[in-house]
Design a protein around this ligand. Structure first.
Ligand SMILES: Nc1ncnc2c1ncn2[C@@H]1O[C@H](COP(=O)(O)OP(=O)(O)O)[C@@H](O)[C@H]1O
Ligand SMILES: [Mg+2]
Length: 398
């Protein structure tokens, strides 16, 4: 007997319904073409970001020095992210402290702009939901707030990182505009053409969408035609075009070990593996590591650059009260030692709730949450990001 339902039709109907609803939901959250903007930061937050006393900031503003804050309710002084960056430039060089932690300029006449090489951090794991996008977004935004010039690259066709930054593939990227355009085999465009500014002054993004899948489809053919023999250098070559414009590149990889991920790993100077400390996730990561190692060996034999400054596992969505999770974290620490970051990203409703409105913890207002909830999550993310920033500084010999 013939079955009654055709799966293609049913799934098609569901996709249509869902897409309609999602579009309506997004239109409500951000009307099409509306640009996302960033909130103002309180003087307390700015003082903490800059590592100075709030009283010092007050004095600067009273003396009319540096960018002038806006006065909010109750006389609170509020700074934009642009003001924070301007303060960094204003303060840098006035004392021994470093307010601009990025790459140092090369000596004049050296022919190079910087001594410190561009840092390219690739965030990987083929388990979806292991926190790659959350980690990438928070790292990119925090580094931008800390005064680094950051380029975030969305390599995931599902484009969650882009969505978090206000890019809606179905409205904003109808005629391409992803990394694919810059790495495809036929008529690639300069990378600069697909870089977009964000509402963070020193954070740019290369958004993603389904076009990225084309690279997976085209690479085998290119290899057959002896054109894709160096598929693994394509992302690195594209990044080289803009290397003087940034201190850090952060790449959010798709949850699979395809040609995009391999090319990203070849471009990387550092690797972050996100891992949720549960048995199934760790087992899946084990397979991921085995496959990665085998594939990268092949790429290295073909002449791909597989040298890194560092690789770290970062424990995500961690619940310290959960016994089995604790065991899993101890187990990983005993196996991988210093390769596991000391700090963990705690599971927090502040992070997931912020995600619902397409925001990170750095974007939301603290007052939207129970203070303790926000502070705990924020401290955990700041600590993880701080450890990563220290690794970057170390790679630059500081
Ligand atoms: N630390 C966390 N606390 C609570 N929810 C989290 C946390 N990290 C991630 N999430 C949520 O888990 C889901 C998957 O995370 P995501 O970063 O998108 O993973 P991936 O990119 O690896 O697929 C998202 O809905 C996100 O909001
Ligand atoms: Mg993701």
């Amino acid at each position: 007997m013939r079955r009654q339902t055709r799966i293609d039709q049913l799934v098609g109907t569901h996709a249509e319904k869902l897409s309609e609803r999602l579009q309506a939901h997004r239109a409500q959250l951000f009307p099409p073409h509306a640009r996302k903007t960033l909130r103002k930061f309180t003087s307390g937050e700015v003082a903490a970001l800059l590592g100075v006393k709030d009283a010092y900031l007050r004095k600067l503003s009273l003396d009319g020095k540096g960018p002038q804050p806006e006065t909010g309710a109750g006389g609170r002084r509020l700074y934009s992210a642009e003001d924070i960056l301007a303060l960094r430039h204003f303060l840098d060089g006035r004392s021994k402290a470093t307010y601009l932690p990025g790459r140092r300029p090369a000596p004049e006449g050296s022919g190079r702009k910087y001594d410190d090489p561009l840092q390219v951090i690739t965030v990987i794991n083929f388990k979806g939901g292991s926190g790659k996008t959350t980690t990438s977004a928070h790292l990119a935004q925090k580094c931008a707030l800390d005064g680094y010039r950051v380029l975030a690259v969305d390599l995931d066709p599902q484009a969650s990182l882009s969505a978090l930054h206000g890019f809606q593939p179905e409205f904003d990227l109808l005629d391409g505009g992803t990394l694919y355009d810059a790495i495809r085999y036929v008529d690639p465009v300069p990378l600069r053409e697909v870089i977009q500014p964000t509402y963070f002054p020193s954070l740019d993004i290369v958004p993603g969408n389904l076009d990225l899948m084309e690279f997976e489809h085209e690479t085998p053919r290119a290899i057959m035609e002896k054109d894709g023999g160096t598929f693994f250098t394509r992302i690195g070559d594209a990044l080289a075009q803009v290397q003087d414009d940034y201190d850090l590149v952060i790449m959010d990889c798709p949850p699979q070990l395809g040609f995009l991920t391999m090319s990203a790993l070849s471009a990387a100077t550092a690797v972050l593996v996100t891992v949720h400390p549960q048995m199934l996730d760790v087992m899946s990561m084990c397979q991921f590591l085995l496959m990665t190692s085998n594939l990268l060996e092949v790429v290295a034999e073909a002449g791909g650059d597989m040298s890194y400054d560092w690789l770290r596992y970062v424990v995500t969505r961690y619940e310290p009260g959960d016994g089995p999770q604790n065991q899993m974290v101890s187990f990983m620490r005993s196996l991988f030692g210093e390769h596991v970051l000391n700090h963990t990203v705690l599971k927090s409703t502040a992070i997931s709730d912020a995600g619902i409105t397409k925001q990170t913890l750095y974007e939301v207002e603290r007052s939207q949450f129970t203070r303790a909830t926000y502070d705990r999550a924020r401290e955990s993310l700041d600590s993880v990001n701080g450890e990563i920033e220290a690794l970057v500084q170390q790679a630059w010999g500081r």
